[in-house]
Design a protein around this ligand. Structure first.
Ligand code: ARG
Length: 464
């Protein structure tokens, strides 16, 4: 006889129940209950297949499938009593099913193991999150494209080393992020397509002797096909790693944009005004309006990348097939998914609400000798001066302007001719920032016409 307190699912060979510490380290129900709906969907598909292949009777399958819906509604309504002694969501659901329908419940686990079951549940959960990420990215991209369209020809300084480099357009800057988030979108779609193979029916590791139909359960659960190797199917967590690495790269992009918003919304820059809806005040300094949402988005990359690193380390060196180490996959992914979706939504909200301060952008665009390259290019084009010499002459003019505390267009023609006698009145046409950005017509350049072409391309992509 086994001890009363030994596990009802696998207690057959156990004389005693687990130590309290063992139960604490072993149990995953505290977090894997988030996969209840996926677990029940997987079990319902499995039961239907067992009946269709004659492994269990139609009546038993019907009782199991109905009973599982009852269990699901108990979980959804909050009346379900989760038990740590029952370790995980799989055994909690099955134990309750037994209470609800009695004997047929014991036939559900035929030709299946918790190893293929957990892989299936987790894949279904992660797949939903890929879909949520796709939606979040599309919404964010749309908000950025709208900003770009509104300000396709608004001039602002472009930076390298965070030093004024050349004038660019607001639309161009917004569209740079569209490209980044567009690559994230493509990574999400690639990974989602790659992961969509069903582990169900791989059983513990070797497959099963029951005449199961893995195609049937795969298609019932929306998978493209069953996974082709049972050892791999139960031990593969690439889908979770790809989810986390995709999330990490996207979080890096989010953090870069968030950082720009923090800088741009400062009193020193005033490039953008963030809406009150996405800002907070200070309890002591009445004048403050803080970009907290941007700062938190900037920080999220820490935990998301941490989850990626953590799961990489969990999986590293694991022998085939399933090992309990893999139970450590879920909390990382859950936390990263929650925070990734939140960051995407918060960024979308901020972008939709923010106002670019066109005058501040334009004033900054002309300062810092941002059209110096245009001056050098003019000398090359019009005076046929070698670029290196033009660079030198321009440098001397910048030094002169700097010494006088003025910008390049404020120098007189005589001043300029003092440095290079070939310079003519025509030079002033290229020193204006509007002319500068309009001239950058190379494909992918900052000219408003190029920005509008990219806006058009992305609108077509978004329209599907
Ligand atoms: N709770 C487990 C997990 O999350 C389920 C699989 C357990 N399988 C086993 N053979 N102990 O990975």
């Amino acid at each position: 006889m086994t001890d009363q307190s030994s596990n009802q699912m696998w207690g057959g060979r156990f004389a005693a129940g687990p130590d309290a510490i063992m139960e604490a380290i072993n149990a995953s129900i505290g977090f894997d209950k988030r996969m209840a709906a996926q677990d029940i969907a997987g079990s319902r598909a499995h039961a239907a297949m067992l009946a269709a292949t004659g492994v269990i009777t139609d009546n038993d399958a019907e009782a199991i499938r109905e009973g599982l819906l009852t269990v699901l509604s108990e979980i959804e309504s909050g009346s379900f009593q989760f038990s740590t002694a029952l370790e995980d969501i799989h055994m909690n659901v099955e134990a309750r099913l037994k209470e609800v329908i009695g004997e047929p419940a014991g036939r559900l686990h035929t030709g299946r193991s918790r190893n293929d079951q957990v892989a299936t549940d987790f894949k279904l959960w992660v797949r939903d999150q890929f879909d949520a990420a796709e939606k979040g990215l599309l919404a964010l991209i749309k908000a950025l494209v709208d900003q770009a369209e509104a300000g396709a020809d608004w001039v602002m300084p472009g930076f390298t080393h965070l030093q004024t480099a050349q004038p660019v357009t607001w639309g161009h800057h917004m569209m740079a992020y569209v490209e980044m988030f567009g690559r994230d979108l493509s990574r999400v779609r690639d990974a989602r397509a790659r992961m969509n193979e069903s582990p169900l029916g791989a059983a513990a590791l070797a497959g099963t002797s029951f005449p199961i139909d893995r195609d049937m359960t795969a298609s019932a659960l929306g998978f493209d096909r069953p996974a082709a190797n049972s050892l791999d199917a139960v031990s593969d967590r690439d889908f979770a790693l790809e989810f986390l690495s995709t999330a990490s790269i996207c979080a890096v992009h989010l953090s870069r944009f968030a950082e720009e918003l923090v800088i741009w919304s400062s009193a020193q820059f005033r490039f953008v005004t963030l809406s009150d809806r996405f800002s907070t005040g200070s309890s002591i300094m009445p004048q403050k309006k803080n970009p907290d949402a941007a700062e938190l988005i900037r920080a999220k990359v820490g935990r998301i990348f941490g989850a990626n690193t953590a799961l990489m380390m969990v999986m590293k060196g694991l022998p085939l097939a399933y090992s309990k180490d893999m139970q450590e996959d879920k909390e990382q992914v859950f936390d990263a998914a929650d925070n990734w979706m939140l960051a995407l939504a918060a960024m979308e909200g901020m972008v939709k609400d923010m106002t670019a301060n066109r005058e501040s952008l334009a004033a900054a665009a002309g300062s810092g000798f941002s059209t110096a390259t245009d001056l050098a290019d003019w000398m090359v084009r019009v005076l046929k001066v070698p670029f290196r010499d033009a660079h030198h002459v321009t440098g001397a003019l910048v030094a002169m302007a700097e010494g006088r505390g003025c910008d390049l267009p404020d120098l007189s023609l005589e001043d300029m001719q003092g440095v290079h006698e070939g310079i003519t009145e025509d030079i002033f046409t290229v020193l204006g920032v509007e002319n500068s950005v309009n001239s950058r017509m190379s494909y992918g350049g900052t000219a408003p016409a190029q920005v509008r072409a990219q806006v058009k391309r992305w609108k077509e992509i978004l329209a599907g």
